[in-house]
Design a protein around this ligand. Structure first.
Ligand SMILES: NC(=O)c1ccc[n+]([C@@H]2O[C@H](COP(=O)([O-])OP(=O)(O)OC[C@H]3O[C@@H](n4cnc5c(N)ncnc54)[C@H](O)[C@@H]3O)[C@@H](O)[C@H]2O)c1
Ligand SMILES: O=c1ccn([C@@H]2O[C@H](COP(=O)(O)OP(=O)(O)O[C@H]3O[C@H](CO)[C@@H](O)[C@H](O)[C@H]3O)[C@@H](O)[C@H]2O)c(=O)[nH]1
Length: 449
C-alpha cells in the first residue's frame, strides 16, 4: 500500500520505517525542514536501537522516502497516518493545536476513499470531531474514513514493540476502515481489537495511566520498606508471581518520566474533570511520583548533611535507558533541586553529551564525572552502570557514597564491593550497606518448583 506518515518524530519515524519494512511504500513528512534534510542526507534525528538498520534497508529497497511537502504523498495514498505531538497545555489538557493544524492542511489533499489514521495519543472524542470536520469540509461524494490506531511502543525498544505488539487496537466507524487497517498490519500476528473511535482513544490513555499507577504503587511500598527496614525486591518479586498482578512495571526508584506518562495522566485527569469526575487514584499516582525527587534529596542529606558546596555526580540524564530523550526526565528535576540547595553537579550520560540549557558539568567519561565527588547518584538504569569498576570509582571520589535511585545493582554484589572498597551503598526501599557492616541483610527469596 502507499502510505503517508505525517509527523516524523519518535513515533512517526518508527511507524514509517516499520511499515516500509512490512512491505508498504512510505513517505514520512514533517514541517521541520532540518529534520527532513538530515534524514534525506542519511542522518538520524533520534537514537533508537535497531531503527537505523531498518531505515537503511528500507531506503535501499526504495520503500522509504522523506518530504516536507505532504501534497503528492497524501493525494496518492491508500492511508495517511497522523503521528504528531500532543503535549500538555498549561491547563493539563492535551494541546491538540499541531494535530488540528495538520488535519486542516491535509484535508483538501485527501483522496476520495482515503483513510486518515490518527496514531497520536488523543483525548476520547477527538477522532469523532476530526471525522465530522472532514465530513462537513469535503464534498458529499467523497468517502473518507477516520480511524484511531493508538501506539503502545516504548522508547528504547520501539522497533520491537511496533513489530510485535501485545495487541493492535483498531478504532473506526466503518467496516472498510477496519479492513484497510487489517490489510496494513497483515504480517503482524498479534491480537487485533476492533472498537469504536472513542473506546480506542480511552484504551490508550487508560493503559498508560494504569502502568504509571503500578509504578507509583511500587514506589509507595518502597517508602514503607525503607521505614520498616524491609527489602522492596522480595516484596515485588512475591507480588509479581501472582498472575493477576504480574511482575512488570513494579520497579521502585526515581519514578516515571518521559513524554507520555506525565502528560497522558494530566490529560486524563483534565478530561474527567470536564465531566465533573475527580480521578483521585491518578492524582495520588502523580503526587507519589513527584515526591520521589524529594525522597532522593532527603537520602543524600541524611548521608552527607547539608548539600551546600557538596559535589554530587548524576549518572544518567535520559528518562530511561536506550533512548536520547530527556523529556520530563527525573534526572533533570534532580539536577535542578540539587542546584537549589547549592550542590555542585557533575553529570554523565552515555548518549546525552551536550545540554547547554542545563547549568551543570557534563562529562563524557564516567570516572571523570565522579572525580572529587561526594556521592554518585544513578538516576537512569543504563546497562553500563552494572559494570562499573568500583575500586577505580572509589579512588577518584572524595567521599564514598553511592545512591542507586533505580535499584539496578545487585545488593549481594554491592555488599562485597562495599567491604572491599569502603563504599556506602544506598538504594530505594532496600536496606543500606556500609563498609563495616557488609552483610547483606536482604531477605533472599528462593522460588522452589
Ligand atoms: N514517544 C513515544 O514513545 C510515544 C509512544 C506512543 C504514542 N506516542 C504519542 O504519539 C504522538 C507523537 O509523539 P512523538 O514522541 O513521536 O512526538 P515528537 O514530538 O517526537 O514528533 C512529532 C513530530 O511532528 C512534527 N509536526 C508537528 N506539526 C506538524 C505538521 N503540521 N505536519 C507535519 N509534521 C508536524 C514535529 O515537527 C515533530 O517532528 C503523541 O501523541 C504521543 O503521545 C508517543
Ligand atoms: O517499573 C518501572 C517501569 C518504568 N519506570 C519508568 O517509567 C518511565 C516510562 O517507561 P516506559 O513505559 O518503559 O517508557 P515509555 O517510552 O515512556 O513508554 C510508555 O509510554 C508510551 C507512550 O504513550 C507507551 O506507548 C508505552 O506503552 C508506555 O510504556 C521511565 O521513566 C521508566 O524509568 C519505572 O520507574 N518503573
Amino acid at each position: 500500500m502507499k502510505i503517508a506518515v505525517i509527523g516524523t518524530g519518535y513515533v512517526g519515524l518508527v511507524t514509517g520505517a516499520s511499515l516500509a519494512h512490512l512491505g508498504h511504500q512510505v513517505v514520512c513528512i514533517d514541517v521541520d525542514k532540518d529534520k527532513i534534510m538530515l534524514l534525506q542526507s542519511g542522518g538520524m534525528p533520534i537514537w533508537e536501537p535497531g531503527l537505523e538498520d531498518m531505515i537503511r534497508d528500507a531506503e535501499l529497497k526504495g520503500m522509504l522516502d522523506y518530504s516536507t511537502d505532504a501534497s503528492a504523498a497524501v493525494s496518492g495514498s491508500d492511508a495517511v497516518f497522523l503521528t504528531i505531538g500532543t503535549p500538555s497545555s498549561e491547563s493539563g489538557e492535551a494541546d491538540l493545536s499541531a494535530l488540528w493544524s495538520a488535519v486542516h492542511s491535509i484535508a483538501p489533499m485527501l483522496p476520495d476513499n482515503g483513510l486518515l489514521i490518527i496514531k497520536s495519543t488523543v483525548p476520547s472524542g477527538t477522532c469523532e470531531q476530526i471525522e465530522s470536520y472532514l465530513r462537513k469540509r469535503l464534498p458529499f461524494s467523497s468517502r473518507i474514513a477516520v480511524a484511531h490506531n493508538p501506539e503502545f511502543l516504548r522508547q528504547g525498544s520501539a522497533v520491537r514493540d511496533f513489530l510485535a505488539p501485545d495487541r493492535l487496537v483498531f478504532g473506526a466507524s466503518s467496516p472498510e476502515a477496519y479492513n484497510r487497517l487489517e490489510e496494513i498490519y497483515a504480517p503482524i500476528k498479534s491480537p487485533k481489537i476492533r472498537c469504536g473511535l472513542s473506546e480506542a482513544e480511552l484504551i490508550k490513555c487508560a493503559s498508560n495511566a494504569f502502568l504509571a499507577m503500578k509504578i507509583s504503587y511500587a514506589n509507595m511500598m518502597s517508602d514503607l520498606c525503607d521505614a520498616l527496614g524491609v527489602s522492596i525486591d522480595a516484596v515485588v518479586e512475591g507480588m509479581g508471581l501472582d498472575r493477576r498482578i504480574g511482575s512488570e512495571f513494579l520497579s521502585a526508584g526515581a519514578g516515571y518520566g518521559g513524554s507520555c506518562f506525565p502528560k497522558d495522566l494530566h490529560a486524563l485527569i483534565a478530561l474527567a474533570s470536564r465531566e465533573h469526575l475527580d480521578m483521585e487514584l491518578l492524582k495520588a499516582t502523580e503526587s507519589i511520583n513527584r515526591q520521589r525527587i524529594q525522597i532522593i534529596i532527603q537520602k543524600l542529606e541524611t548521608a552527607l548533611g547539608s548539600l551546600e558546596d557538596k559535589t554530587v555526580t548524576v549518572y544518567g540524564l535520559t528518562f530511561k535507558p536506550n533512548t536520547d530523550d530527556i523529556r520530563e526526565s527525573p534526572a533533570l528535576r534532580i539536577c535542578s533541586m540539587l542546584q537549589e540547595v547549592g550542590a555542585r553537579i557533575m553529570v554523565y550520560d552515555p548518549v546525552v553529551t551536550c545540554l547547554p540549557e542545563l547549568q551543570v558539568d557534563l562529562t563524557v567519561d564516567m570516572y571523570a564525572a565522579a572525580t572529587g565527588s561526594d556521592c554518585v547518584v544513578i538516576v537512569t538504569d543504563w546497562d553500563q552502570f552494572r559494570h562499573l569498576d568500583w575500586g577505580r570509582l572509589r579512588q577518584v571520589m572524595r567521599s564514598s557514597y553511592v545512591l542507586d535511585a533505580r535499584n539496578m545493582l545487585d545488593t549481594a554484589e554491592m555488599a562485597v564491593n562495599c567491604e572491599r572498597y569502603g563504599l556506602h551503598y544506598m538504594s530505594m526501599g532496600r536496606p543500606s550497606i556500609t563498609p563495616d557492616c557488609p552483610i547483606n541483610n536482604r531477605a533472599e527469596m528462593t522460588i522452589m518448583t
